[in-house]
Design a protein around this ligand. Structure first.
Ligand SMILES: Cc1cc2nc3c(=O)[nH]c(=O)nc-3n(C[C@H](O)[C@H](O)[C@H](O)COP(=O)(O)OP(=O)(O)OC[C@H]3O[C@@H](n4cnc5c(N)ncnc54)[C@H](O)[C@@H]3O)c2cc1C
Length: 535
């Protein structure tokens, strides 16, 4: 398939590729607007001859948060023949299955804690946070569906329970999932509603005819299948597993992927090929569970507990040993501001004395610094001693991401942090003066590094993320817009690869990623149900 990079698309070459891809493959295909003059020099598409053809009223590409909720809504709207084609191998093989909580207010849960914060309040919070960089109408429509989404989850057999205000944003919105492997009951429910799933069947192209989306081509076990449909929703979860696409945006920042290997940006490529254009925003859903690095096993739920130290609010440096942020941001807002700050670094290092690390075996660091009330994130995440500390230290050293030295000078040499001695000197002086004159960190997090320990440690981390945000520009019905901002008939994009719904840094209230992804699927399905009546 002709590669359409973000850059060459924006400079026009992508348009040419997009045009010829549509034009060459199917008889009667239209080129993208504005592409005709460049089409002659473009590569031809690799849409293949189909081994099998299927028909559907609507086809949904991807079985994650957006895809499942789109299928639910389409069935509710009376659409009969709903086919989900997905790269996932089964119902639990997606990021959606891994989610621990989703965003909603005005629910039974939030009412039970006496919260009066409304959906309108939530919308106002989010649009202000996004500085109006997203499609305000789409965000509003999605936000207004969040309460219902909790009821839908319950209906599909997924139990939720209200969690606390982990990010200290002033309201409670995260509903934790209590049902493990939620993909299974959801699939069961949807199948009961007549939705069909085609697993292990990655889509490769959108089938276009005269500028109208008419289906998708996918491949399953080496068989090429053309699915003819009246409308197509693409929700393939972004490009977190595509190093090349990440490099285009983040350059040499070594970002560890904590999400599914399925999410390789296929949807984005297909939609651009079909004539869509990208919206401006690209961002990351940063890993908020703990730090991570590429030298260790990339496991979200089974990681070395010393990964937590990235988010403890102690001294953090860049690879030269200099500070680069207010570490409290990383401790309290790892998904938004704090995580975002790490994206300026290839790697970053948390520096602790041996005495402090040893104390973590019997008492949580959170407790040892006086359980600061402003560190709400730690109350739920880091409120326990580090289990099996000695072994975990050894593992980290063996894997090459924990460095040690008898002095700060020795540590600096071992870890290659050349400016660390100078940094520790000035940091400890600011701690003594209770005044961080560099990044103005809160006093609760100002603790000295040098404390007479016989050993000092540097813990190495890469920025790490669950998913990307960014992709095609859509209107408030999730219809893909072309370069003239006209909707491409029959083509929709939802979830995290809807380029018009998510801001960067990511919204500061937890669970908005899945919440808005599910809601955008429903918004798209509502429009598709109407559209196919005329198509
Ligand atoms: C470990 C982890 C924890 C998380 N925790 C939370 C949380 O607590 N709260 C929260 O809000 N968010 C959380 N997220 C993020 C959340 O998973 C996503 O926001 C959400 O799933 C996005 O929904 P989506 O439908 O856009 O994409 P996904 O749910 O990722 O679904 C994408 C789907 O597209 C399929 N696909 C990919 N390529 C193709 C192709 N070519 N053809 C067909 N199908 C394709 C995939 O197989 C998958 O089925 C977490 C993510 C991870 C990895």
């Amino acid at each position: 398939m002709a590669e359409i990079s973000r850059r060459n698309f924006l400079t026009g070459a992508g348009l040419a590729l997009a045009g010829i891809a549509g034009a060459g493959a199917l008889s009667g295909c239209a080129q993208s607007k504005g592409s005709a003059d460049k089409a002659a020099s473009a590569e031809t598409s690799e849409i293949k001859t189909a081994d099998e053809t299927r028909d559907a009223d609507i086809v949904i590409v991807g079985s994650g948060a957006c895809g499942c909720f789109a299928a639910y809504e389409a069935a509710k709207q009376g659409v009969k023949n709903i086919l989900v084609v997905t790269k996932s191998g089964n119902a639990t093989d997606s990021n959606f299955n891994e989610i621990s909580g989703t965003c909603a207010v005005e629910t039974e849960g939030t009412r039970s804690i006496g919260q009066t914060f409304t959906l309108v309040d939530l919308y106002k919070h989010m649009i202000a946070y996004a500085h109006w960089t997203v499609n305000a109408k789409l965000l509003r429509k999605c936000t207004m569906l969040l309460t219902e989404d909790i009821d839908i989850l319950t209906k599909m057999g997924v139990e939720t329970q209200i969690l606390g205000d982990r990010y200290n944003v002033g309201f409670t919105d995260v509903h934790g999932f209590m049902t493990p492997d939620k993909g299974q009951p959801i699939e069961q429910y949807l199948t009961g509603e007549g939705v069909e799933f085609l697993y292990g069947a990655p889509a490769t192209h959108i089938l276009m005819e005269d500028g109208v989306a008419k289906g998708v081509q996918c491949e399953q076990k080496g068989k090429v299948i053309n699915v003819n449909a009246k409308a197509v929703l693409v929700c393939t979860g972004g490009y977190m597993a595509n190093e090349e696409m990440l490099t285009e945006i983040y350059g040499g920042v070594e970002i560890a992927n904590m999400g599914s290997k399925n999410n390789t940006g296929d949807g984005q490529k297909m939609v651009l090929e079909a004539g869509g254009m990208e919206d401006r925003i690209h961002g990351l859903g940063m890993n908020d569970i703990y730090g991570m690095n590429k030298k260790s096993t990339l496991s979200v739920f089974n990681a070395n507990p010393l990964m937590q130290l990235a988010f403890y609010g102690g001294l953090v440096t860049d690879p030269s040993g200099k500070r680069f942020l207010d570490e409290y941001m990383l401790a309290q807002q790892p998904m938004s501001g704090g995580g975002e700050a790490t994206l300026h670094q290839k790697r970053y290092y948390a520096i602790f004395s041996g005495n402090v690390v040893d104390s973590m075996a019997t008492q949580s660091y959170y407790a040892s610094i006086g359980s600061p009330a402003v560190w709400t994130s730690a109350m739920t995440m880091f409120n326990a001693p580090i289990p099996d500390l000695e072994n975990n230290l050894k593992k980290g050293k063996d894997e090459g991401w924990i460095y040690e030295g008898k002095t700060i000078d020795e540590l600096a040499k071992a870890a290659g942090l050349i400016d660390l001695p100078e940094t520790v000197k000035s940091y400890d002086a600011m701690v003594a003066a209770k005044d961080d004159t560099e990044f103005y960190k809160r006093e609760e997090f100002l603790w000295p590094v040098e404390d007479g320990s016989s050993v000092y440690y540097a813990f190495e981390y890469n920025p790490s993320a669950f998913n990307t945000f960014g992709g095609a520009r859509t209107d408030d019905d999730c219809r893909v817009l072309d370069v003239d901002l006209e909707p491409i008939p029959g083509l929709y994009v939802g979830g995290v690869e809807n380029g018009s719904l998510f801001c960067t840094p990511y919204y500061d209230c937890g669970g908005s990623c899945s919440g808005l992804s599910m809601a955008s699927g429903r918004i798209a399905a509502q429009h598709m149900a109407e559209y196919i009546k005329q198509a």
